[in-house]
Design a protein around this ligand. Structure first.
Ligand code: UTP
Length: 477
């Protein structure tokens, strides 16, 4: 039988050049003559994988994107989690977990540029006293959930080609935090090229395109292409508990939330999302909104000022359902999105992207934003659900993000919030905590391991709680 002959490098180059010319991207071959055959082949692989038509469309669409019309958009009316029949929904959620229908899913493929560390963000030391990494905190929580519900709860973690190996090495070096390597699965997400202000693809080197991870929305594709979506379904797992790597207070397996997702009348069991009330109009979080019967998240940067600042009759922010990027997905829902070809839209954001000059090859490390990164967002799955549940939780219970090196949403603010939640749980158990008389601020530093307690009720059953914690004390429980 004759085998098809692989095209030569020259033939591949000609085909690539014709395709690039059609989309105004011929500069990508500018340094061809200087490259080795190996470098040429790898550059052609990257060019062949470029979704040029989609890049062009995305760039053109967003150059002319109309601002949303505030009059057609209503605020959502979330289900308030501490006002529902908690016992009933925790029972429903617990049954789902105990039946081995739940997997935990962390998206950890981001570049963490604002934090300013090259290491995977999940390896960042996040807790107030012991400086445990974010991955360790989640591992403890998932381990405790496995024990509480005698359930498998596999842990899926999305990495990117940029941090996959380092993430794997970190877990191996920590012996998979005692969870068992066979129950923790790293899935690699895809990449997209960065574009200059004219829509031209940037080169990182003479033979490599400047690629960035394709956004947390890349999770749907990554789950599908890795085979995990179908594997979950085959293993009877219909519930994916999704959270970001940068929030040490999040609850990777929350029976109440899972119960609401499956049994609340406002939920079609497809996608449920947690929100907190925004603290101020200026807070930079996406907000859940409603148009007709469809719910969606509007990014803060897209929200017209009159919407951001609008108040209701009581004087509270009208659009206050701030997303904390915690969701539960029905696996059949994600399978449907894939089957029906619901590509998530690409968003572009102006960022600093190191690149080379397309004419001279000189390396540039920009000090100002110079390029558009393209990303899809996981919350763009929400409008595809028949009834997307939005559940409002208490901020101090589960939101302490680490985004920036200093200032707001930094390791320092996150540590203070972690300590504060521990203090509140202890107070509910009758422990007296030293607080500043004027501000109410907790004056001790407290680190509470998820292994000790997954919630305040579980903490109350701990035998060895102190009677009081004084100002300046540092306590790990
Ligand atoms: P962010 O939007 O905060 O981005 O990601 P980031 O990349 O971590 O940080 P900056 O913007 O560069 O400073 C929110 C969550 O989505 C994940 C991140 O790892 C984080 O858990 N994410 C983001 C991905 O998994 N992949 C991506 O392509 C982007």
């Amino acid at each position: 039988m004759a085998t098809a002959q692989r095209p030569s490098l020259d033939e591949r180059r000609s085909a690539a050049a014709a395709r690039l010319r059609e989309f105004g991207q011929q500069h990508l071959l500018h340094f061809w003559d200087r490259l080795s055959d190996v470098a040429r082949s790898s550059l052609l692989d990257e060019i062949d994988a470029l979704p040029l038509e989609m890049l062009q469309r995305t760039f053109a669409d967003q150059s002319a994107a109309p601002k949303p019309d505030p009059h057609s958009i209503l605020p959502v009316d979330p289900v308030v989690m501490d006002r529902v029949d908690t016992e009933r929904y925790v029972r429903e959620g617990s049954a789902v977990i105990a039946a081995n229908r739940v997997a935990a899913f962390t998206v950890a493929g981001g570049q963490g540029t604002r934090l300013g560390s090259d290491a995977p963000k999940g390896t960042f030391p996040a807790t107030p006293i012991l400086r445990k990494s974010l991955f360790e905190v989640f591992a403890e929580s998932i381990g405790a959930a496995r024990a509480r519900w005698s359930a498998r709860i596999p842990w899926l973690i999305m990495t990117s080609p940029l941090n996959h190996d380092a993430t794997g090495r970190f877990f191996a070096a920590h012996d998979w935090f005692g969870l068992g390597q066979e129950s923790v699965h790293l899935i690699v997400q895809g990449t997209l090229p960065s574009l200059d202000r004219a829509g031209r693809v940037l080169l990182a080197t003479e033979s490599a395109i400047a690629l960035n991870p394709d956004g947390h929305g890349g999770a749907v594709r990554a789950l599908d292409q890795s085979g995990w979506l179908n594997r979950l379904a085959r293993e009877g797992i219909d519930t994916l508990s999704y959270f970001q790597v940068d929030n040490p207070l999040c609850k990777p397996v929350d029976a109440l939330f899972i119960g609401l997702h499956h049994a609340h009348p406002d939920s079609s069991g497809e996608v449920s999302s947690k929100v907190v009330a925004k603290t101020s109009a200026a807070e930079k979080v996406g907000v859940f909104c409603q148009r007709g019967n469809s719910r969606f998240v509007m990014e803060y940067s897209n929200m017209p000022r009159e919407m951001t600042e609008a108040r209701d009759a009581e004087g509270a922010l009208l659009h206050r359902a701030g997303s904390i990027a915690v969701h539960v997905f029905g696996v059949p829902f994600l399978q449907r999105l894939v089957r029906e070809g619901h590509g998530l839209p690409l968003h572009r954001a102006l960022k600093k992207v190191p690149c080379i000059d397309p004419e001279t090859g000189t390396h540039r490390v920009p000090t100002e934003p110079n390029a558009f990164k393209l990303e899809s967002f996981i919350f763009d799955t929400v409008p595809a659900a028949r009834r997307a549940l939005v559940a409002q939780t208490t901020r101090t219970e589960e939101f302490a993000p680490i985004k920036n090196a200093v200032g707001e949403d930094s390791p320092a603010t996150s540590s203070a919030l972690q300590s504060e939640r521990a203090a509140q749980w202890l107070e509910r158990c009758g422990v007296r905590i030293a607080r500043d008389a004027a501000t109410g601020r907790c004056l001790a530093e407290i680190e509470l391991s998820p292994r000790t307690a997954l919630d305040a009720a579980a903490l109350a059953t701990c035998a060895t709680l102190p009677a009081r914690i004084g100002a300046g004390e540092r306590l790990t429980i």
